[in-house]
Design a binder for this molecule. Sequence first.
Ligand code: SAM
Length: 278
Amino acid sequence: MNAPLDPGLYIVATPIGNLGDLSPRAADVLARADVIAVEDSRVTAGLLRHIGVKRPMTPYHDHNAEGVRPGLVARMATESVALVSDAGTPLISDPGYKLVRDARAAGHTVVTIPGPCAAVAALTLAGLPTDRFLYLGFLPPKEKARADAIAEVAGIRATLVLYESGPRLGACLAALAAGLGEREAAVTREITKRFEEAVTGTLSTLAARYADAPPPRGEIVVIVAPPGEAEPASEADGDAALAEALTRLPASKAAGEVAKALGLDRKTLYARALEMKQ
Ligand code: SAM
């Protein structure tokens, strides 16, 4: 018999496909917890079978969380409660944050056992910048709400991480291409499973690839590169803008306007404006 854990809440990350990714510490906590709060007991039973343990389970999912949370938090005073989701890290597009909040508010110990997370695993496969990324979870399924959600993040200088399902992938990529323009992206699928893949390309090529193809099977994470740096304005850009501004403004004002708009040197532009006027 394993020694019991101290009372409190244990957030346990579980594999996203390959059971070998369950960490020894996660297995140890699951084996010793007084009760495991689960999304789907059939899924977690499979994981427990894999590590050869039997523990009591109690359902905790989107449809019953409000009702069962107070009782679960109360149990944490004297029992160890492990929280798992069907796959990956609880709280990441999965239930759990309110349980953590309430457990903490009640003064209980909260411990995390980190591990697999599809968003982070996809970032490691995509080969796109990882210094700043924005996790968007699932975009809204309806066209207008999805376009609005994309427009909201279009200017953000960060790699975007989205969860998507096979049947919606084509429409999602088309909406991303329309809303974000030509950016590098990756469609990662079935991570840690037999048919793991990462298909890379620009948003428009990926949108075209998945537009008419049968929906890809399995689970998907889409990664989109940040917007590119704007090309610095050239001398020719400066001349063109100056020529236009001189039709409306005196040389000094035209130079000032173009300098501000294109980030060019005002004095140089002024000298050029005088040349152009002659
Ligand atoms: N909590 C999970 C995590 O840590 O990644 C995410 C749960 S969310 C309900 C499920 C979504 O995660 C799937 O629809 C898919 O977008 C993504 N996902 C989960 N496992 C995956 C895998 N093996 N490969 C690709 N995407 C995966």
